[in-house]
Each structure stands twice: as structure tokens, then as C-alpha cells.
Design a protein. Structure first.
Length: 256
């Protein structure tokens, strides 16, 4: 029996999902996607271009995934490693999978890598993957999706992107639940954006200072409508909300 995720759903996630499904033509685009989308192609790509992590391949990271899935009472998704900077994604529908980029393994501690896996598993557990995969394929298609049917596909695309950013708040909550604290999540987000400072002794990124930075950013937003609109414009085509906002939202929920 999987964990009841309803208590983790962020209000902005629920609101954005409802708004997305209410768009005229959303069902048409969604059904067309499910009709033509072949999940097997994604798995062929995984097998051809990535390294599958398991009990006999990078077992230390497979153990982290196993621990996360046991805590969340869910089946293990497939886990892959690809060459890249410091990102992760969870895609698929009936056969979900997670991809880690190699940069994560060099800049994060093992508890922080587990935090990444918990966040990805949170997306899977909440059923986000179908829409995440839709958004990813629409981005990959580029301007091709805005052809003759652009009156339908454009509103769906922008609503999908807006919802994706809000869904991250929910996944962060599940991540913190698995970790037992928001501190590891905050440290992870800070390192992913700031990186690790090499070749310097006694130099560490400071999560407390990063949270002060996040609060200062929030204060700037509350003082200026222009700043609020600037934030929306800068984030319009991003998969994730700004990390400082993620930290603020997570800490607020945890402390309630």
C-alpha cells in the first residue's frame, strides 16, 4: 500500500493542475499524446545512451533508491545515469524511470543524492510523470507544436510549464519527509545552483546564509509588483521554480 500523498500536495500544485485541466482543448491534446506516445521508445533510448544503475552497477546509489522506495512504500522505478552537469528527471507513465546526471554525484553528499531520488520518486508517486513527459516532448518538438493547431497547443504548453513548476513544491515536501528534515533538501538545492568550490581549503557553502538570501529575495518580491512580474517572466519556460522559492515554501510548510 503506497503512502497517501494527499497530505503533501501543495496548494499551488492543486490550483495549477485544476487550471490546466480546465483549458479548452486540454483533453484533446492529452488524448492525442497518449495515442501517439510510445513509452518503449524512451526505454530503448535509456538502454542505448545511459548506464542503468542496479545491484551490480553502482550499487551504492541503487541502495539509496531502495531505501527511498521502502519509506514511500512504492515500487522501484528504473534508475539511469547520464553524462551531464547537475540535473535529474523522472519520466514515463506505466513504466516510470529516473535519470541522474553525473554532475550530481560529484557535487552532492550521499544523503543529498538520496534527497534527489526522494524528490523524483515523489513526482512518480503523485502521478506527475504523464504530464512531465508531455511537457518534455513538447519542448523537444520546439516550434513544431505551434503549427496549425497552435490555438490549442500553445495554451496547453504554457499551462503545463506553469503546473510543472508548482508540482516541484509537492515533490520537495515528500523529499523532506523521506529525509526527516528540510535541511538536506535546502543544502542540495543550494549546491546544485552554486556548485562545489574546488581547490580551496575550509570553504563551505552555508545553508543558513542561503536561507537569509532566500528571505531577502522574498522581501524584494513583496515590495514590488515589477519584481513579481519579472519573476514570472524569467521562470516562464523553466521546469522548476527558483530554488530560493522552493526553500522558502518547504521551510514554511515544515514549520507549520
Amino acid at each position: 500500500m503506497a503512502l497517501d500523498v494527499s497530505k503533501f500536495i501543495h496548494p499551488l500544485d492543486a490550483k495549477a493542475m485544476a487550471a490546466m485541466k480546465a483549458i479548452p482543448g486540454f483533453d484533446l491534446v492529452s488524448n492525442a499524446f497518449l495515442k501517439f506516445y510510445d513509452e518503449k521508445l524512451l526505454h530503448v533510448e535509456n538502454m542505448a545512451m545511459r548506464v542503468r544503475i542496479g545491484p551490480r552497477q553502482l550499487p551504492q546509489f541503487h541502495r539509496l533508491l531502495k531505501e527511498v522506495c521502502e519509506t514511500l512504500e512504492m515500487d522501484e522505478p528504473e534508475l539511469y545515469l547520464e553524462n551531464g552537469r547537475s540535473d535529474a528527471m523522472s519520466l514515463g507513465d506505466k513504466r516510470p524511470f529516473i535519470v541522474l546526471q553525473s554532475g550530481l554525484l560529484s557535487c552532492l553528499t550521499m544523503p543529498e543524492i538520496k534527497s534527489v531520488l526522494a524528490c523524483m520518486c515523489g513526482h512518480i508517486l503523485c502521478g506527475h510523470n504523464r504530464y512531465e513527459t508531455m511537457a518534455t516532448m513538447m519542448v523537444d518538438a520546439g516550434s513544431g507544436i505551434f503549427g496549425l493547431a497552435s490555438a490549442i497547443t500553445k495554451p496547453v504548453y504554457w499551462a503545463l510549464m506553469a503546473w510543472l513548476r508548482c508540482s516541484g513544491f509537492t515533490a520537495d515536501r515528500i523529499d523532506a519527509y523521506v529525509s526527516g528534515s528540510p535541511d538536506i533538501t535546502i543544502s542540495k538545492l543550494m549546491k546544485i545552483k552554486g556548485g562545489v568550490i574546488y581547490n580551496h581549503e575550509n570553504v563551505d557553502l552555508n545553508p543558513d546564509a542561503y536561507m537569509r538570501q532566500a528571505r531577502e529575495y522574498q522581501e524584494e518580491l513583496t515590495l514590488s509588483k515589477v519584481q513579481q512580474w519579472t519573476q514570472k517572466w524569467l521562470s516562464r519556460d523553466k521546469y522548476n521554480p527558483f530554488p530560493v522559492i522552493r526553500c522558502i515554501e518547504l521551510k514554511k510548510w515544515w514549520d507549520e
